[in-house]
Design a binder for this molecule. Structure first.
Ligand SMILES: Nc1ncnc2c1ncn2[C@@H]1O[C@H](COP(=O)(O)OP(=O)(O)OP(=O)(O)O)[C@@H](O)[C@H]1O
Ligand SMILES: [Mg+2]
Length: 153
């Protein structure tokens, strides 16, 4: 686990850029944190670094939206409105084909996903300071991500 502290939008953007630079296979990023903590903002930064021109917004009405640029396939899921309905999104196939970011993963059923591909990011907000707690079973990935985010700072 490592902690990354963001005191500005640029700091959050750096973490997003580092994520885009570090991924070499499709992974699943589970974004935990309250309303307005900066989950969507982080995904926007990842998309920018991937060269995706579309503005990533909260996919509130369709729950899921995919974006593509070159070899990059990004899926952004906001499970907030799923609540406990356990709708089947075909998550396993989505994860196989995209780098996937999930806001409100508490509401999504996701067995079947290779645990090694999961990266959890827990966001705490203290005033205007955001702490991102990043963790994964894949220690090599974690180490590389941490190095990349510091290299951008
Ligand atoms: N360092 C920062 N990192 C991220 N967002 C920031 C930061 N500083 C200010 N903000 C602002 O905080 C808000 C975060 O909103 P965002 O939509 O990313 O939150 P969210 O976690 O996706 O919320 P929701 O659960 O409602 O989807 C934005 O208006 C953004 O401009
Ligand atoms: Mg959001």
């Amino acid at each position: 686990m490592f902690k990354y502290v963001a005191t500005s939008l640029q700091d959050t953007a750096r973490l997003g850029a580092a994520i885009a630079k570090t991924i070499r296979q499709n992974r699943v990023f589970l974004l935990y944190g309250g309303l307005g903590f900066g989950k969507t903002t982080l995904v926007q930064a990842v998309a920018r670094e991937m060269g995706i021109k579309d503005k990533v917004q909260s996919p509130t009405f369709n729950i899921l939206k995919t974006y593509h640029h070159g070899a990059y396939h990004l899926c952004h899921i906001d499970a907030y409105r799923l609540e406990d309905h356990e709708e089947d999104l075909g998550f396993a196939e989505i994860v196989e084909k995209n780098t996937t970011f999930v806001e409100w993963p508490e509401f999504l059923k996701m067995n079947e996903v290779d645990q090694n591909l999961i990266v959890t990011i827990k966001i705490n907000k203290i005033g205007e300071v955001r702490e991102f707690l990043v963790d994964s079973l894949d220690q090599d990935f974690l180490k590389e991500l941490e190095q990349n985010v510091h290299a951008l700072s």
